[in-house]
Design a protein around this ligand. Structure first.
Ligand code: SOE
Length: 393
């Protein structure tokens, strides 16, 4: 679909697995439901396997394909590069794209190390001098109930924040026979549950509270250290004689933290919480009220107003589907609910709106770098068994 009369925004996307599919639906859907100031064109999809990338482009709605991301970055009809590849390629692609004058949307976590994230943030600063923008994809910020939570905190409805409790619970590798994948390989993913899902709750809690973490004390654990390889490249050591690969990342991360405003925080990120599929839970207690969110009930925000008389006070279950709620007016009548994919669509809406206004979209690469510093502090704290590790920089 094209929007005549609006400046075109040529998109080149790199990668087409889970995140590529999620971003593709967002680029397809955003202009159909929202009145965007620019006309995003799904111009080219890049992947190394020519036949596979052609099939993916056809399925996901991309006009053309390339088998080398460098060719995407060089193309004159590309204004924005959308990076949906594993973390080990983020820095190289993003820095090259920004140097070529292309806006960048990069999947989270921003990078596999603080050093890479620093280079990316510096590249984004240089590009911003020429009006070229970079954004990192912490998409859960754009769940309407989460955006509403931030709004309530900013309005002072919670008073002074005292406790932040956050969990990200999944169970997709709780079974030891679940195969190796790039997400379990430190060289490709940077870290395990910590960077993949812990990064989300660090970003979410900082986003909702408007504060940042100042230090952490952490534990990391890898419960299953070898897993069957899907390909035939590993050593033979499994019980059934199957080829096994070494898991080089954490399976779970648990840490304490303190926020700039003095709030005490607890975080838990695990892929071993049997029965919990994508339970992102955030609970915040302030001097005037409390909030609770659970992604497994993502259209709901629980709010306790501590200023109400005790005889009627209690957590209220706000169904966040009213036209007054963030992003909702563009969608369905009240009560009809949104899903996982809508966060990605809202991300495109906010990004395109900021680009058209010549403004910096958020979260920026500097925000992504700050989250990376938190992840790094967690790893250092766990490795040194130190009781407290400051987040500096
Ligand atoms: C896998 O754990 C994963 O796909 C993450 O990589 C995503 O960021 C999260 O949204 C869902 O789970």
């Amino acid at each position: 679909m094209t929007s005549p009369g609006r400046p075109a925004l040529g998109i080149g996307m790199i990668g087409y697995a889970f995140m590529g599919a999620a971003h593709s639906q967002a680029w397809r859907t955003a202009p159909r439901f929202f009145d965007l100031p620019l006309d995003p064109r799904m111009t080219v999809l890049a992947g190394r396997d020519a036949a596979a990338v052609r099939a993916a482009a056809h399925r996901l709605g991309w006009a053309g394909t390339e088998t080398d991301w460098r060719l995407v970055v060089e193309r004159d009809d590309i204004d924005l590069v959308d990076i949906c590849t594993p973390g080990d390629t983020h820095a190289e692609i993003a820095i090259a794209a920004l140097a070529a004058g292309k806006h960048v949307l990069c999947e989270k976590p921003l990078a596999n190390s603080v050093a890479e994230a620093e280079e990316m943030a510096a590249a984004a600063d240089r590009a911003a001098e020429h009006g070229v923008r970079a954004m990192v994809g912490f998409t859960y910020r754009r769940v309407p109930a989460v955006t509403l939570a931030r709004r309530l905190v900013a309005e002072g409805r919670l008073g002074q924040i005292r406790h932040v409790r956050a969990q990200y619970l999944q169970d997709w590798i709780a079974d030891p026979s679940a195969p190796m994948s790039w997400r379990l390989d430190k060289a490709r993913a940077g870290s395990g549950a910590l960077g993949d899902i812990g990064a989300h709750i660090v970003d979410l809690t900082q986003f909702i509270t408007g504060q940042t973490l100042t230090g952490v004390s952490a534990l990391l654990e890898t419960f299953v250290r070898e897993r069957p390889l899907p390909a035939s490249t590993g050593k033979l050591s499994g019980v059934g004689g199957e080829e096994m690969g070494e898991v080089t990342v954490d399976d779970a991360a648990v840490f304490l933290g303190r926020f700039t405003g003095g709030a005490l925080a607890t975080f838990e990120a695990t892929r071993f919480a049997l029965g919990r599929k994508n339970a992102i839970r955030v609970e915040i207690n302030g001097s005037a009220g409390s909030l609770a969110f659970d992604f497994e009930d993502m259209n709901v925000l629980q709010f306790f107003d501590g200023t109400e008389p005790a005889e009627v006070a209690g957590f209220r279950r706000i169904i966040v589907t009213e036209p007054e709620h963030p992003y909702v007016e563009a969608w369905w009548p009240a009560g009809h609910g949104l899903g996982y994919e809508h966060g990605f669509t809202h991300q495109v809406v906010d990004l395109v709106t900021a680009l058209a206004a010549g403004e910096q979209p958020t979260p920026s690469f500097a925000d992504g770098l700050q989250v990376q510093r938190v992840l790094d502090a967690v790893e250092r704290s766990a490795a040194t068994r130190s009781t407290w590790t400051e987040i500096t920089g």
